[in-house]
Design a protein around this ligand. Structure first.
Ligand code: NAD
Length: 490
């Protein structure tokens, strides 16, 4: 372990860096080695949220009247600050979330890209002008910010998801209360620090750490919080949705996925195997867009699964601080136990375990939450492992006999986030794009691929609120329209 530094106690940001009124803190550990304590964070409560809302409300009029292109400039500055400390944030993400260095680099790059794209939205915050029926009438629409908005995020993408929600809200002219996940708040705090260093005025962005049931719930229930953007699990998201919409505020929920990956008989199998591994085992399967169901045609199923298992057997699993490690630990004990539980359920339901299936505890791995990459074959739609979001390194291979069955099984799920098909058949790929029930779809690309200039989000049980994040739709959730009719002269 080497020299151990005394962990820092981090504070909330409510107009300034401040301690919670509770005087209590919680601990954040490295999931690859729990002897490594990353820091302590404020165990805030409803009173801290009240202060944050008061502060955000007071900051709103000046921020609202700051021209949108100038608001966008702060995003560009924050992006540059993050880029200047690229490796620092990469190391932190790996230490706090357990991602491989490659996956952490991808998240930091994504954070920078979303900030730059959304900063540019300040100059594109457009309304529309269409002809009036009346002579002399000039009519148009304008967007206005809502006021104070809440941002509640999950632990698995603690920098980029927070960045795209906060940047959308701020560029639109809102002030923000941000509650990060208690598992990975340090990476989120670094983002807040970048906004502070970029000169975002005090009170415009507030950061409050603490339990979801207290801090998150107080944000959701507060009458002055005009909208809440949430990413996380279905159970929590559905519960918050009720609290927020019952008081007439807006709710945007991006939740779980169980994403299908179809391998057609003509597919490039090397590419498909690589991308199943990238999408299914990258970040140890803990991504909403993770590949979790692989639907393979029977004529290539044996060959494909052999190639997949063979490639997985040579993967390096371990502490992700080492460059060569391809898959690190799960985020905490709860995540690890959930995966191990589903592996047992899969075995009991009659799926065939092809590899993995156990916790890894050799040497120093015993200090972390490691689960071996696991592949089941013979999975059919009514099995629990084909329906529930496991959020771990568990891939279910399902053998199909026809294109119709592949589409039918792919859609036989309550979620609708991402999807992909591997084929060189243009007609089949087009049919798949039209038939698949998902907010994101791909051809010969992994389920996890996305770019910030396109809308991101899911349908069915994955997405609530109906307004996509990022892309041309990013500003819709954070603004309201005013329609203006003018008659410059009689
Ligand atoms: P979670 O639902 O447990 O927590 C999400 C956030 O909600 C955390 O900040 C948590 O503290 C807070 N929270 C908990 N209880 C609350 C309450 N009663 N009121 C208000 N807030 C509360 O989710 P998680 O375990 O952090 O994240 C994993 C989940 O996130 C997975 O289901 C994954 O699919 C999903 N996810 C979805 C997307 C997407 O874009 N669709 C992206 C990443 C993760």
């Amino acid at each position: 372990m080497g020299l151990v530094e005394t962990p820092t106690t981090y504070r909330n940001y409510i107009g300034n860096w401040v301690e919670s009124g509770t005087a209590a803190v919680f601990r954040v550990e490295n999931p690859a080695d729990t002897r490594d304590v990353i820091g302590f964070f404020q165990q805030s409560d409803e009173a801290d949220v009240e202060k944050a809302v008061t502060t955000a409300r007071a900051a709103f009029p000046d921020w609202r009247s700051t021209p949108a292109p100038q608001r966008g400039e702060f995003m560009f500055r924050a992006a540059q600050i993050i880029e200047d400390d690229f490796d620092g944030l990469v190391q932190l993400l790996t230490r706090e979330v357990g991602k491989s260095l490659k996956d952490s680099r991808a998240e930091v790059r994504r954070t920078i890209n979303v900030l730059r794209f959304l900063g540019g939205e300040g100059t594109r915050l457009a309304g529309e002008t269409v002809p009036s029926w009346q002579q002399g009438v000039v009519a148009y629409t304008k967007r206005y910010p809502l006021g104070v908005v809440g941002v509640i995020t999950p632990w698995n993408v603690p920098s980029a998801i927070a960045a795209w929600k906060i940047a959308s809200a701020l560029v639109a002219g809102n002030t923000v209360i941000f509650k990060p996940s208690s598992l990975t708040p340090t990476s989120s705090l670094k983002l807040v620090q970048a906004f502070v260093d970029a000169g975002v005025p005090a009170g415009v962005l507030n950061f409050v750490t603490g339990p979801g049931g207290k801090v998150g719930n107080a944000i959701a229930a507060h009458p002055d919080v005009r909208a809440v953007s949430f990413t996380g699990s279905n159970s929590i998201g559905s519960a918050i949705n009720k609290v927020v919409t019952a008081r007439g505020a807006r709710f945007q929920g991006e939740m779980g996925g169980k994403n299908p990956f179809i391998v057609m008989p003509d597919a490039d199998l090397e590419l498909a195997v690589n991308d199943v591994i990238a999408g299914g085992l990258g970040e140890a399967g803990q991504r909403c867009t993770a590949t979790s169901r692989v639907l393979v045609f029977e004529e290539i199923a044996d060959k494909f699964t052999k190639m997949l298992v063979n490639r997985i057997s040579s993967m390096k699993i371990g502490n992700p601080k080492e460059e060569s490690v391809e898959m690190g630990p799960l985020a905490d004990e709860g995540q690890m136990n959930t995966s191990l539980h589903y592996i047992e359920v899969g075995k009991q339901e009659g799926a065939r375990l092809l590899c993995g299936g156990e916790r890894l505890t050799e040497g120093d791995l015993a200090y972390g939450y490691y689960v071996a990459p696991t592949v089941f074959s013979g999975v059919v739609p009514d099995m629990t492992i084909a329906q529930d979001e496991i959020f771990g390194p568990v891939i279910s291979v399902m053998t199909v006999h026809s294109f119709e069955q592949a589409i039918d099984w792919a859609n036989n799920i309550r979620y609708g986030l991402s999807s992909t098909i591997y084929t060189n058949n243009y007609a089949k790929a087009t049919e798949f794009i039209d038939q698949i029930q998902a907010g994101l779809t791909h051809v010969n690309m992994p389920t996890t691929y996305s770019e910030p200039q396109y809308p991101f989000g899911g349908i069915k049980a994955t997405g609530l609120g109906g307004v996509r994040e990022q892309g041309s739709t990013a500003m819709d959730f954070y603004t309201e329209w005013k329609t203006v009719y003018t008659k410059p002269k009689d």
